[in-house]
Ligand binder design. Structure first.
Ligand SMILES: NC(=O)C1=CN([C@@H]2O[C@H](COP(=O)(O)OP(=O)(O)OC[C@H]3O[C@@H](n4cnc5c(N)ncnc54)[C@H](OP(=O)(O)O)[C@@H]3O)[C@@H](O)[C@H]2O)C=CC1
Ligand SMILES: CC(=O)N[C@@H](CCC(=O)OP(=O)(O)O)C(=O)O
Length: 309
């Protein structure tokens, strides 16, 4: 029998994107709740308990509540929110971390999707820690720009409806200025870095896409750090044919600029290793769609692992 999939929050930004990826599939049964009942506790409980897999596209508190309503019924969960990303009882839903992580996701009852920025940061940092090139106490800095759909319905309305009292007219704005963004804990948990990274995100006036940038000093790294070795560590880790592509050094070092919308509309991620040979620094960049590999695409990838697809 086809597994029953319920998207709680199916009418939100992430939920709608997952629906569009699943609605034509015949290997699953997509359950759907009428929009006017989306906050009715009794109807939600019934859907959550009948589903084989519930994909939660909700604020953190509502996601925790959904788990409490149905985990005893054997429902498996994929949570897109921040609620469970550093919880050891939940499998972290970044399959490219390792083969063991892929297996863990496939067999788990509880899977937590990474945040969009975290997806890029963890993808760049984790293999370098694993290869012994990045010491755990390295003072990591992460700079990023996201499309405004990353802030869900609220930020979309603020960016698109100039008539609102809280409208945002800027074409670009920096935020999380106090260095306390909610993705910092999960980045530390899933890379193994011990020094709290400095993370400075920003939003641009474009809907989807993001760049996550990690610049590094080679002389503060360990092992035999060089642009070539950093690239080799990433390329070896991800191999070929993965959702994550490590762009060649020749292409990366010849780039005049990177467009944050490059990967919009895709569920893949590209990693670039840039820099000037001999200058002692390397500039790593992840390019992804915040709603693709950064959210909905990753949720579907995890669902496929969980149903054995
Ligand atoms: N947007 C992105 O790029 C990413 C988002 N995420 C995460 O995914 C989750 C969803 O985000 P996003 O889709 O952007 O948010 P949206 O605000 O666009 O959508 C949230 C949905 O949840 C519903 N909802 C809110 N509270 C409740 C409740 N108490 N009970 C039932 N339904 C409720 C909303 O319904 P209503 O229409 O009534 O408001 C809405 O449909 C969040 O945890 C977010 O952090 C993760 C990665 C990236
Ligand atoms: C542009 C923008 O506002 N982005 C969101 C993060 C989006 C994301 O990854 O989602 P989670 O909320 O699931 O962590 C923010 O910074 O809060």
């Amino acid at each position: 029998m086809a597994p029953k999939i319920f998207i709680d929050g199916e009418h939100g930004t992430t939920g709608l994107q997952i629906v569009s990826r699943l609605q034509q599939r015949s290997d699953i049964e997509l359950m759907s709740m009428p929009v006017e009942q989306r906050r009715d506790p009794a109807v939600r409980t019934q859907f959550l308990r009948e589903a084989d897999i519930a994909i939660l596209c909700l604020p953190d508190d509502a996601a925790r509540e959904a788990v409490a309503l149905a985990s005893d019924a054997g429902t498996r969960f994929i949570d897109a929110s921040t609620a469970h990303r550093s919880n050891p009882d939940w499998a972290f839903g970044f399959a490219e971390l390792s083969q063991a992580q892929r297996k863990r996701i496939a067999g788990a009852q509880f899977v937590s999707n990474p945040g969009c920025y975290s997806t890029g940061a963890i993808a760049l940092i984790s293999p370098l820690v694993g290869a012994g090139l990045l010491p755990a106490d390295y003072p990591v800095t992460i700079n990023a720009v996201s499309g405004y759909t990353g802030g869900g319905k609220q930020l979309i309305a603020q960016m698109e409806d100039a008539g609102r009292d809280d409208a945002i007219t800027a074409t670009y704005f920096a935020y999380a200025l106090a260095l306390a963004h909610k993705h910092v804990p999960e980045i530390m948990t899933h890379t193994g870095i011990s020094r709290r990274p400095i993370f400075t995100p920003a939003v641009g006036r474009f809907a989807q896409g993001m760049l996550v940038n990690v610049p590094l000093h080679l002389d503060l790294m360990t092992g035999e750090p060089s642009m070539a070795n950093v690239h080799a560590a990433l390329a070896d880790h991800y191999g070929s044919g993965s959702v994550v592509e490590v762009v060649s050094l020749a292409v990366s070092s010849g780039l005049p600029r990177l467009d944050p919308e490059e990967m919009a509309g895709t569920d893949r991620m590209k990693l670039y290793v840039c820099g000037t040979e001999g200058a002692g620094q390397v500039n790593l960049v992840a390019s992804l769609d915040n709603l693709g590999k950064g959210a909905s695409g990753a949720a579907v990838q995890n669902m496929d692992l969980m149903i054995g697809g």
